[in-house]
Ligand binder design. Structure first.
Ligand SMILES: [Zn+2]
Length: 330
């Protein structure tokens, strides 16, 4: 256990997750905390905390997943909140509805924690904003040069063209996507192109929360045993419990994931098509983030060790941040 004196000297520490010293505030820590910041409502970024700090949309999605009675304190984008000696401000992260980066200022230094993020436009999440900070803790999932994704508009066009072609051939397009985030984005892209969508019940329930938060996804129904003609299906990723929907005739499966840059993805995920539509920053966006935030030190989570080396070669002070560390002050 770190002493108050030790904590007073630094900005953050690692204890199987990132904590801000000044308030012992856990950031996306996956075990229950008295006080926990949740950057977005994906399972690998949250636990059922006594009090969760989150944007209003993330709070709604967290309560959808963890129970309506869960206590939350809202951190709307761009509105600073004082927590002890800390000033906390959230910024859109562009990953899914409500996803947020957290800027913490302890009066001496500023720290930006990105959570999962993506730069540029998205059909169903707020466009990311990057404030400057002294310390940057960033996810780096796609931190290898081979994960330079093609322009998003091209991939979206390809997806719509593929779905239309499958429908014309009287087969059923079945898109596999995470129930929170990617599924709503794909649905909105399809419905925006005039293609009605039937969603897996788990996905549909999340879409209802999106609607309630003021982010409609268009002409969508819940799957209930059959797919009306002319409709595309959006279901869970293959292999996830309950992904298979019985009674779909002539399915053509499509995965949408940044991992589609690996040619093996199609075979690994056992789908007919894999398209590189991502809700994570690609390699170029990761580098752009580092440049724009202008931090003196950069800590990389969720990514390959090569990305840290890559940043060092480019002259940045970069460090890996991994689960294998013991409790440690930074
Ligand atoms: Zn995520």
């Amino acid at each position: 256990m770190l002493s108050e004196r030790q904590l007073a000297s630094k900005m953050f520490y690692w204890d199987r997750g990132v904590f801000l010293c000044a308030a012992r505030l856990g950031l996306d820590v996956t075990r229950r905390q008295r006080l926990g910041f949740i950057s977005h409502a994906h399972a690998d970024h949250m636990a059922t905390h006594e009090l969760a700090l989150a944007t209003p949309a993330t709070a709604a999605l967290y309560q959808h997943r963890r129970g309506a009675a869960r206590r939350t304190q809202a951190l709307p984008y761009g509105q600073p909140v004082e927590l002890g000696p800390l000033r906390l401000t959230t910024y859109p992260a562009g990953h899914c509805l409500g996803s947020a980066m957290l800027l913490a200022d302890d009066g001496r230094q500023t720290l930006l924690y990105t959570g999962d993020f993506k730069l540029g436009p998205s059909a169903t999440s707020e466009t990311a904003e990057l404030p400057q900070a002294d310390i940057l803790i960033m996810e780096s999932t796609f931190g290898k040069p081979k994960y330079r994704l093609p322009p998003r508009a091209e991939v979206v066009e390809e997806l719509i063209a593929l779905v239309q072609q499958v429908l014309r051939s009287e087969q059923t397009p079945v898109v596999h996507a995470y129930a929170l985030g990617k599924a709503q984005e794909v649905t909105k892209l399809l419905t925006g192109a005039g293609i009605a969508v039937v969603q897996h019940p788990v996905t549909y329930a999340v879409s209802q929360v999106y609607e309630a938060c003021g982010m409609p996804v268009g002409d969508v129904k819940q799957f209930s045993g059959a797919v009306p003609s002319g409709h595309a299906v959006v279901t869970l990723p293959r292999g996830m419990r309950g992904y298979r929907l019985a009674g779909i005739t002539a399915p053509v499966s499509i995965a949408v994931t940044g991992w589609a840059m690996d040619s093996s993805t199609k075979y690994r995920q056992q789908v007919d098509h894999a398209l590189p539509l991502s809700d994570h920053a690609d390699y170029e966006q990761l580098l752009q983030t580092v440049e724009q935030v202008g931090a003196q030190s950069i800590y990389c989570t969720h990514g390959p060790r090569e990305f840290v080396e890559d940043l060092r070669v480019r002259g940045f002070q970069a460090f890996p941040m991994t689960g294998s560390y013991q409790t440690r002050l930074f």
